[in-house]
Design a protein around this ligand. Structure first.
Ligand code: ZN
Ligand code: ZN
Ligand code: FE
Length: 756
């Protein structure tokens, strides 16, 4: 007895070899009918014996291609038809439903084997891919995801490629970017003036140029990297000089995990993260002895960012060069990664000696993602290439589509429709015009991909953020300003599919408070709809306002004056504090002139780090705070005293006793590594004690740790350990704890507060 069923599958099912896979399963089961992409996912019409149809549904539910993610699967009976053949039908473009363009997928082992096999027709071909791997998001112009709407549209497949594409038993069956050396994109080698060197073998030439100490701009998946020999101090220093980047660490690409282990002592979790399909840059513990890369790669830093090759071009290049390469985003300072050829030639010509480029356009720029292992599990520090636009499943569908505009630094936006939220790629710090343009383009494109128009717009409470101005300029009428730390906590809620209430510990550098002051050491009792600020860090005066962030000695001085009631130990003990400027700044602090009070936990790290490490200036925001974090010896333990001020309705975490005790130890010569370790344990322990007090008042709620400070593994692990097992503790998992993940929380709050 024949039956008919229509099966609708929603999720990341396009561009991941899903239709060919359904085809093969249907054939095996003797089912007739068709499978097609539509704007919502994949639809299967199947005709056959009921047991075979059950088998198909079961297969769809239980096993499917690695990169596919099924969010829902529903079927209904349809009139039976006598069809023997099973076909892959052309896509039906549609509107108004959810689309899933997959994220870019790292080259699969089968493709890697081919490009390294001299007998294969794709030997050394840099654009090899299949249904399991290759570019997706970065080449897609529109949905549904099919070759004509990707940047592969301009390449006509040769006969051999077309055969693979049409053959259901081939692993390139319907691989949209399928290509080979005869018909696909080609590498080109340009000199720094942009002249085509018409090289017969660009890969080999680039490899020898790199070995000779040159800097090469390499066009990748989501933009240009600047590459140089990571083992050469001269090459790395040259790159630093040309980029005018004196301290920020560079990421290093190595051939495989075995090579990675020569550079870093990898835990199992770190190795897994490094090899994951998303291929993020993983921050790992640098080996202390016999490090085979130049110290200039990550100066004065116990960590090193490593990544594995994720495109065929990377695999070939690494094999050819046979040494670790610095692979850093091609840009100036915090601008977004350069991704178009004219732009690259213009902006990178003074940095790169050569350009290794190609003729497959990048549609959407997408920086590398960055992750690290915290408390045994991965935490994203930057969520971009490999993750975007993978949707985040919401516990409850949004009432109306929402656009959340993010914050200012490390901006990403979030677009939510139905029961999913999609975060855009990392676009950098929004204060630059360049960034702003890319931000707007990125939002427009994601709206097209999702086939939705937002009706609610969420933004940060800060009136001067570029994202706030952008939000207010948008045509939608429903706009919701969300307090920065409420958004952080809500982001953690959405990350875990929770609604609250919870106790949120939100520690970061700064965020605009409801009273107009700078918050950042906050304890909130919060749900998606509302929050109450129940405790905060005792504030620190920022002499000179924003200037104090670049000159953390000012914060150090303020900490001393505050901790010692205006009578600190001799300032000559602290070389970070410049003698000439100290008098004026001290006066300003004493009189409270141009010295706004700030609650940011990050500022405490800045200030203490400046005093103890003698680092008066930060070359990039948060440099000194990071140095203070990294200074902490993993072997040292101990705590300083602290106080909790319970007099007001707003509890206050008072770390002045810690500052005094720490400074006294510093003055008698206790090493910074010990002080920093004790500092971290004190902050963790004091925060846990404060959470304990809050729980006595509001009940035993779960605790969310959120905000940029929780990228700090020592702090996150210390506080988590201090709270457990009494509390249920959540760290971020799908989005960064810092401002790169904040749009998700803005979205959640905006939806919760505007649904009637
Ligand atoms: Zn492949
Ligand atoms: Zn071909
Ligand atoms: Fe923040």
């Amino acid at each position: 007895m024949h039956q008919g069923r229509r099966i609708e599958v929603v999720g990341t099912v396009q561009g991941v070899g899903f239709r060919p896979w359904v085809y093969r399963v249907a054939k095996e089961l003797g089912i007739g009918g068709q499978v097609r992409n539509d704007a919502g996912g994949v639809t299967v019409e199947a005709f056959g014996e009921p047991s075979a149809l059950d088998g198909l549904v079961h297969a769809l539910r239980s096993r499917h291609p690695v990169a596919a993610e099924i969010r829902s699967l529903q079927w209904e009976e349809i009139p039976a038809r006598e069809v023997d053949d099973f076909v892959i039908a052309p896509s039906v473009p549609g509107t108004g439903r959810r689309v899933s363009i997959p994220a870019d997928l790292a080259t699969c082992p089968a493709c890697v084997a081919e490009i390294l096999d001299p007998g294969d027709r794709r030997y050394r071909y840099a654009f090899t891919n299949c249904t399991d791997c290759g570019p997706r998001f970065t080449i897609a112009r529109d949905a549904p995801y099919d070759r004509p709407v990707t940047s592969m549209a301009g390449f006509a497949m040769c006969e051999a490629c077309q055969r693979e594409y049409d053959d259901p038993d081939d692993r390139r069956f319907h691989a949209q970017p399928n290509a080979c050396p005869r018909c696909g994109p080609r590498l080109r080698l340009l000199d720094s003036a942009g002249k085509d060197l018409t090289s017969p073998d660009p890969l080999r030439e680039v490899a020898s140029a790199l070995r000779a100490g040159n800097i090469v701009a390499v066009k990748g998946l989501g933009g240009y990297h600047l590459a140089c020999d990571a083992t050469s101090s001269e090459a790395v220093q040259l790159l630093r000089d040309r980029m005018r980047r004196d301290a920020k660490p560079f990421a290093v690409m190595v051939r495989d995990t075995r090579e990675a282990r020569k550079l870093a002592s990898l835990s199992d979790a770190e190795a897994t993260l490094l090899e994951s399909l998303e291929r993020p840059i993983v921050l790992t513990q640098k080996r202390r002895l016999g490090l085979p890369v130049a110290p200039e790669v990550a100066p004065d830093n116990p960590l090193i960012g490593l990544m594995l090759p994720y495109t065929p071009l990377h695999h070939l290049l690494l094999a050819e060069v046979d040494r670790p390469l610095v692979m850093t985003s091609g840009n100036y300072s915090d601008e977004p990664i350069v991704f178009e050829e004219p732009e690259a030639l213009g902006k990178l010509r003074d940095i790169a000696d050569l350009f290794l480029t190609h003729d497959r356009p990048i549609v959407t720029r997408c920086d590398d993602s960055v992750a690290r292992v915290v408390a045994g599990a991965p935490v994203l520090l930057r969520r971009s290439r490999g993750f975007v636009p993978r949707p985040i499943q919401l516990a409850r569908p949004v009432a109306r589509p929402v656009l959340a505009c993010g914050a200012q630094l490390k901006n990403t936006f979030c677009l939510a429709a139905g029961d999913v939220a999609v975060l855009g790629p990392h676009v950098g710090d929004l204060d630059q015009l360049e960034v702003h343009r890319s931000y707007e383009e990125s939002i427009d494109r994601m709206q097209r991909f999702l086939g939705c128009r937002p009706e609610v717009v969420a933004y940060d409470l800060h009136p001067d953020y570029a994202s706030t101005r952008y939000a207010l300029d948008r045509p939608e009428t429903v706009k919701v300003a969300v307090q920065h730390h409420h958004a952080h906590v809500a982001s953690a809620l959405a990350d875990h599919g929770l609604d609250g209430p919870v106790i949120g510990v939100a520690f970061d550098g700064t965020g605009y408070g409801t009273d107009g002051s700078a918050w950042g050491g906050e304890f909130l009792v919060a749900s998606a709809t509302a929050f109450q600020r129940v405790a905060t860090l005792h504030p620190i005066a920022l002499a000179g306002g924003e200037r104090a962030i670049r000159e953390p000695w000012r914060i150090g001085l303020a900490l001393l004056l505050d901790a010692y009631d205006g009578d600190p130990p001799g300032l000559w003990n602290f070389p970070a504090i410049p003698e000439d400027a100290a008098v004026l700044v001290r006066q300003a602090l004493t009189l409270g002139i141009n010295a706004p009070k700030a609650h940011g936990m990050g500022r405490l790290f800045d200030g203490v780090g400046a005093l103890v490490l003698g680092l008066g200036k930060a070359r990039y925001e948060g440099e000194v705070a990071l140095a203070w974090n990294l200074a902490a010896s993993p072997e040292s333990h101990g705590r300083y005293p602290f106080g909790i001020d319970t007099r007001g309705s707003l509890l206050e975490l008072d770390l002045r006793p810690m500052v005094r005790a720490l400074i006294e130890e510093h003055l008698v010569g206790v090493p910074a590594a010990r002080l920093a370790a004790k500092f971290h344990e004190t902050v963790a322990h004091a925060s846990a004690a404060l959470v304990g007090l809050i729980r006595e008042r509001v009940g035993h709620l779960p605790v969310m740790l959120t905000g940029g400070c929780f990228q700090n593994a020592r702090l996150a692990e210390g506080l988590k350990a201090a709270l457990e097992p009494e509390c249920e503790v959540y760290l971020h998992r799908q989005v960064p704890p810092g401002d790169g993940g904040i749009a998700l929380g803005q979205m959640l709050v905006a939806d919760a507060t505007t649904r009637g």
